[in-house]
Design a protein around this ligand. Sequence first.
Ligand SMILES: [Cu+2]
Length: 181
Amino acid sequence: MTSIAKTNIRLAAACALALTQLAAPAAQATDYNVGPIQITAPWARATPKGASTGAAYMTITNTGKTPDKVSCVSSDASAECQIHTMVMNNGVMQMRPVEGGLEIKPGETVTLKPGGLHVMLVNLKHPLEQGSTVKTTLKFDSAGTVDVDYPVAAIGAAAPGVPAGGGMQMQGGGGMQMNKP
Ligand SMILES: [Cu+2]
């Protein structure tokens, strides 16, 4: 077989995969309130088969008058659940668990998103499948405990509904590379 023919077959396979992903039913994201804490736009990224970790994201707003701290207690999809931050170490971006909980100051909105803060699902029991949902139990020191369902978006998605690599022109505040007019 010529290499051009092989390339065409690969392209066709990639297109078929893309169509399958488009056809996957989009699970609806729900917003959550627990005390003065608002959680909006929860979502997770699909994982390839055999992956041991997965990541989930959301926006957390503290409408209260006092700071609160959130940690992840558990997830239905993994043995462990942690909140991670990204830190630069000798010029390399690395992730670290946030010790003692992630602080949300009064009036502050913190966005967990790819490349930054995230919920890390450690030791996955099964791959996160696009179109399904994954659940975590989050514990706020003051506001209490809340179960959050994260609709699973495509592998490598930059945001829910934004295809992999297509995150350049996102609406709203979640974008890492907003193009200002
Ligand atoms: Cu992580």
